[in-house]
Each structure stands twice: as structure tokens, then as C-alpha cells.
Design a protein around this ligand. Structure first.
Ligand code: AMP
Length: 341
């Protein structure tokens, strides 16, 4: 029997509920301080208490996971709390492609993959001297938008950068990546690619609620001008969205190009869930500023399935459940090697 394991955070509830719905054993590697929350849910069969998620690398944890023949589902917290080297050294089979997670964390590799997939990426600004129009300054890694800011000139950039240094969020210029700001409707496109079926599924789309940039729009311009202020794009939650049907063909095409590019650049390619993140401009053109090469927390809104998964499945299909189904199918066909790394 195969088990599904994940870290207690991000989308653990969705992933383990989905695994239980598919009849699999569920394991949660859980920081002791968070056990109180997760003990509330009966679908979690076993909690492995740890002081730090890094213990997943240690023999004690690895042995329990191995004994249960567990597949580890990576999510945003794994990426935020471990280096690429640590992730790559995980002994437990990781669902999807653990090598591509390095490409998610590194801005340069990330841009290379997006460009190879022929996605339209907003222009990056090589240095603060080149800031000529509205620009977003972003931190590297899975910072979740915290400490990102908008700026339109070098002078303003330097002021805000220095403030972030004072706050201890960054050390200097090299911790920030500058990119042209694209105005429009933000959309986070969720996909699942199955190497077993060689098929791409578009699973859903969500919006993010980011603090406190979202609050800025609620304040009259007069008041905005009066405050000495650095915005932040800290994700607080997500809400559902559907797209104009005429945009869907292009959504699939972007997803397919991404799968093909990742197969060329990071073997074995983009297997499992991923997300292409960006902005629809006034002409309906999608500008991709980011991807996540694993399940995103925005899928949590579709625990009972999404408008798009309903078109493909007759049971409520969350992304977590879809993952478990893939694991079951691979196990039955003796192909676990194809869907894990
Ligand atoms: P990221 O870490 O790249 O996902 O960015 C976090 C947030 O910053 C996004 O959810 C957007 O709200 C915003 N953002 C990032 N890049 C851009 C961009 N080029 N244009 C407009 N908004 C952006």
C-alpha cells in the first residue's frame, strides 16, 4: 500500500483529504506547535511531530516515510524553508520533479524556462539606473510577496530599498529583482500534467488577495499621497475566478508549451501540478511573471472541485485528490518512477 505524505502547512489539508478520498493512507510531517490544528482532522492517519520541517531530511523521518512507502507531496512551504540542495537531497520519493523546484526559486533560471516556453514575460530591468516607468521590485525565492514594492524612479527605489534593509528583509540590491509592472487582471492558472496519460488538464484559476496593496485601492488618492508608505504583496488568501471561454484555448497552449519546455530543460519535465501566474492586459494578452512548479495554495478553494475539473470528472476532484489518483494509477501500472523523483 502506498501512502501520501506532506508537510503541515500551505495545502496539507487539501492534499491529505484528497488522498483519503482515494483510499490512501495519509501522513503529516508536522511542527509540534501546529499539531493542535491538524489533530482536528480525522482524515490524517498519522502525524510525525518535528521541531523543524528540516527533519524530513533526517533518518528518523525518512525511515517512517519509507516504512509506509510514502510519496512526499512538495508545496510552497517546502520551497520556502529548504534550499534547493536540501530539497534535492530528500531520500523519500517526491511527487513531480524535485529538480525543477530549483528553477522556481532562482529568478534567472525561472525566466529562462518561461522564455523557452514562449510565454510573454514582462521586461526585467537590469539595474536601478534603468528604472524609467512603473516597476515592481521583488525578492528572490518564495517570499510570498512580502517586502515587494512599486517604484517609478531610482531616487524612490533607493529610499524604499534602504527601508527594507533597515527592516532586515533584504541585505542590498542583489536581493531584489526589478520588473516592469503590468496593469490588468491578475490570474493564477492551475494545471496538472500526467506523464502516464501524456495529457494536460486545466484545473482552475484563482485570484490572490495581497496585503496591503489591495487596501490601497480603498483609500482616496488624496490620502494615498499623504502617507509615507511601502506597499507589500503578502498573500493572505485566494478566491475563485472563471475566465472568458474564448481565452481557454490559449491557456491550454501556454500550459502545453510550458510542459514541453520543461521536458527539454529539466528532465523528466513538469509532471504533476503547476501554476502559471500573470496578468491579462487590456487586449486580453497574458503576461507571465511567475510560475510554481508544484501545487499552489490557490487550489485550496477547489476542495470540492472547480468549474473546470467538473468538466473532466464526475466526482468532486480537488488537485490533492488528482495527485492521489495519479499515484494510485502509477502504482498499479508499476510506474511510480515516472511520476516521482
Ligand atoms: P510573484 O512573487 O512574482 O508571484 O509576485 C507577487 C505578486 O506581485 C503577484 O501576485 C502580483 O500581485 C505582483 N506582481 C508580480 N510581478 C508583477 C508584474 N510584472 N506586474 C504586475 N504585478 C506583478
Amino acid at each position: 500500500m502506498t501512502a501520501i505524505a506532506t508537510l503541515g502547512s500551505h495545502c496539507a489539508l487539501q492534499v491529505l483529504k484528497g488522498a483519503k478520498d482515494e483510499g490512501l493512507k495519509t501522513l503529516l510531517v508536522c511542527e509540534k506547535r501546529r499539531q493542535r490544528l491538524y489533530k482536528r482532522f480525522d482524515f490524517i492517519d498519522e502525524i510525525i511531530p518535528v521541531d523543524s520541517f528540516l527533519e524530513v531530511l533526517e533518518p528518523r523521518c525518512a525511515r517512517i516515510l519509507e516504512k509506509n512507502k510514502a510519496v512526499l507531496i512538495p508545496h510552497g512551504t517546502l520551497i520556502a524553508q529548504m534550499s534547493s540542495e536540501q530539497i534535492e537531497s530528500i531520500k523519500t520519493p517526491v511527487f513531480g520533479n524535485k529538480w525543477i523546484l530549483r528553477w522556481e526559486s532562482d529568478r534567472n533560471l525561472k525566466e529562462k524556462l518561461m522564455r523557452d516556453a514562449k510565454l510573454d514575460v514582462p521586461k526585467s530591468i537590469p539595474n536601478p539606473d534603468k528604472i524609467k516607468r512603473l516597476t515592481i521590485a521583488k525578492r528572490h525565492g518564495a517570499a510570498g510577496g512580502k517586502g515587494y514594492f512599486l517604484t517609478s524612479s531610482k531616487k524612490d527605489y533607493v529610499k524604499k530599498r534602504n527601508q527594507l534593509i533597515k527592516m532586515g528583509l533584504i541585505k542590498g540590491d542583489k536581493d531584489l529583482y526589478l520588473q516592469e509592472y503590468v496593469m490588468g487582471v491578475l490570474a493564477y492558472l492551475q494545471f496538472f500534467y500526467s506523464p502516464l496519460d501524456d495529457n494536460l488538464e486545466f484545473f482552475g484559476v484563482d485570484k490572490r488577495h495581497e496585503s496591503d496593496i489591495e487596501g490601497l485601492g480603498r483609500i482616496p488618492a488624496q490620502e494615498q499621497l499623504g502617507i509615507d508608505y511601502i506597499s507589500s504583496f503578502n498573500v493572505i488568501g485566494n478566491s475563485p475566478m472563471v475566465l472568458r471561454e474564448s481565452l481557454l484555448d490559449d491557456v491550454y497552449a501556454m500550459g502545453e508549451r510550458f510542459v514541453e519546455a520543461s521536458r527539454r530543460l529539466v528532465k523528466p519535465g513538469m509532471n504533476g501540478p503547476f501554476c502559471i501566474e500573470g496578468v491579462y492586459d487590456q487586449n486580453g494578452k497574458f503576461w507571465t511573471f511567475e510560475f510554481s512548479a508544484r501545487i499552489v495554495a490557490g487550489t485550496n478553494i477547489y476542495m470540492e472541485g472547480s468549474p473546470y475539473s467538473a468538466l473532466m470528472y464526475d466526482v468532486p476532484m480537488s488537485m490533492g485528490r488528482r495527485i492521489a489518483r495519479e499515484v494510485k494509477k502509477a502504482k498499479k501500472q508499476n510506474k511510480l518512477d515516472l511520476i516521482t523523483t
